[in-house]
Write a protein that binds this ligand. Structure first.
Ligand code: FAQ
Length: 312
C-alpha cells in the first residue's frame, strides 16, 4: 500500500519528471541509487588502474598523451559521480572506505590484467563501448543529478571508444604479424568479460524489477548486452578479427546476433574477490590513499592557517 507521498513520487516518475536531491523519495530508492552510483564511481576510479599500467610503455608520445587524457577523464568521472552520490546524503569517505575494505562492488571488468599494448585498444573499444551502451540509457534515469552526470560522461566516453578502436585498426592495417596477433589475443581475453559488464541475466538480476519500476534503469541487463553485441560485431568484422565464441551468428528471424553461454561461475568468482587482479587492485587503491595522506594533511593545515590570518 502506497502512502500519499509515495504515490505522488511514483506519479512524477511515470510522468518522466526528474527527482531532485531535495524532493521526497522512498528510502529504498535512495539506497538503490547510493548503491549503484557509488559502485559506478568506484568503477571509474579502479578502472584507471589497468590503463595506468601502460602509461610508461605507450609506443609513441601521441599514444601516451591520449592514454593520459583518457585516464584523467576517468578520474573526473569518478569525482563527478561521487558528488552525485553525496546529493543523496551518502558520505564519500565512508563509501571509499567500503571499497578499500572489500565491502563495496565495482565493475568486474577491472579485475582482468592488461598484458599487451593491444589491450589499451581493446579496453577503449570493448570496455568503453559496453560502458556507453549502458550509460546512454542512464542519461534518462529518473534521478536528476545522476542523469546530468551521465550526459557529460557519455560525451567523453565516446571519444574513449573511438581512440581505442583506432589503436586496434592501426595495428591491424599497419602492424606486423606479431602486432596483429596481439590484437586478436586482446579480443580473445576481453570479449567475454566485457559481456559480463552488463550484469547477471535478467532471470538472475535481483535489483532489475524495482529499478525498472523507478526508472533508475531503463532497459534490462540482457537487452543492453544484446544491443552491445549487435553494434560491436560489424566493427569486429571491419577489424578483420574474430570473437572467441563459436555460437556467435546473425539470426535473421530475431534480427539480432545469437551468442554462446556466458560463464557465470567466473563472473560470480570475480564478484567475490577471486578474479585475477582483485587483490592487486584494492592494494593499489589503499596504498594511493596512504601515500597521499600527507597532501591532505598539508591542505587542511594550510586552510586552517589562512582562516586564522583572515580572522586576525
Ligand atoms: N560487476 O541486480 P543486478 C566504467 C552486481 S563502466 C560487478 O543486475 P543492478 C567506465 C550488482 O551491483 C563500468 N558487480 O544489479 C570506464 C548487484 O550487487 P549488489 C561501471 C556487478 O545494479 C571504462 C548484483 O551484481 N558502470 O567504469 C556487475 O540492477 C573504461 C546483482 O545485479 C556502471 O556501474 C558487474 N559487471 O544492475 C572506466 C553502470 N553486474 O549491489 C575506465 C551503472 C552486476 O546488489 C575504463 N550501473 N553486479 O550487491 C548499472 O547500470 C547497474 O548497476 C548494473 C547492474 C547494470 C551494472
Amino acid at each position: 500500500e502506497m502512502g500519499p507521498e509515495e504515490r505522488a513520487f511514483q506519479e512524477k516518475i511515470d510522468a518522466e519528471i526528474k527527482i531532485e536531491a531535495k524532493n521526497w523519495m522512498p528510502d529504498n530508492y535512495r539506497k538503490t541509487l547510493i548503491r549503484q552510483i557509488s559502485q559506478h564511481a568506484h568503477s571509474e576510479i579502479v578502472g584507471m588502474l589497468p590503463e595506468g599500467n601502460w602509461v610508461t610503455r605507450a609506443p609513441t608520445l601521441k599514444r601516451k598523451l591520449q592514454l593520459m587524457a583518457k585516464i584523467q577523464d576517468e578520474a573526473g568521472h569518478g569525482l563527478y559521480l561521487y558528488s552525485a552520490m553525496e546529493t543523496l546524503g551518502a558520505d564519500r569517505d565512508e563509501e571509499i572506505e567500503k571499497l578499500h575494505s572489500g565491502r563495496a562492488k565495482y565493475s568486474s571488468i577491472f579485475n582482468y590484467p592488461t598484458l599487451n599494448w593491444a589491450d589499451m585498444g581493446a579496453v577503449g573499444w570493448l570496455v568503453d563501448g559496453a560502458a556507453i551502451v549502458n550509460q546512454v540509457v542512464l542519461q534518462r534515469t529518473s534521478y536528476g543529478p545522476y542523469s546530468r552526470a551521465m550526459i557529460r560522461i557519455c560525451k567523453e566516453e565516446s571519444f574513449h571508444q573511438r581512440q581505442g578502436y583506432e589503436i586496434l585498426l592501426h595495428m591491424m592495417r599497419h602492424g606486423t604479424q606479431a602486432q596483429k596477433d596481439m590484437v586478436q589475443d586482446a579480443i580473445n581475453r576481453l570479449w567475454w568479460p566485457s559481456l559480463m559488464m552488463f550484469g547477471p541475466s535478467d532471470a538472475e538480476s535481483p535489483n532489475s524489477a524495482q529499478s525498472m519500476a523507478w526508472k533508475i534503469k531503463r532497459h534490462t541487463n540482457d537487452e543492453l548486452r544484446q544491443r552491445f553485441i549487435d553494434q560491436t560485431v560489424p566493427q569486429l568484422e571491419i577489424l578483420g578479427c574474430t570473437a572467441p565464441d563459436p555460437d556467435l551468428k546473425w539470426n535473421e528471424e530475431r534480427g539480432h546476433y545469437d551468442f554462446g553461454e556466458i560463464q557465470w561461475e567466473e563472473f560470480y568468482e570475480v564478484l567475490k574477490g577471486n578474479g585475477p587482479c582483485n587483490r592487486e587492485r584494492l592494494e593499489t587503491r589503499r596504498n594511493a590513499i596512504q601515500d597521499g595522506a600527507w597532501v591532505r594533511e598539508a591542505a587542511v593545515a594550510h586552510a586552517n592557517k589562512k582562516q586564522k590570518q583572515q580572522a586576525a
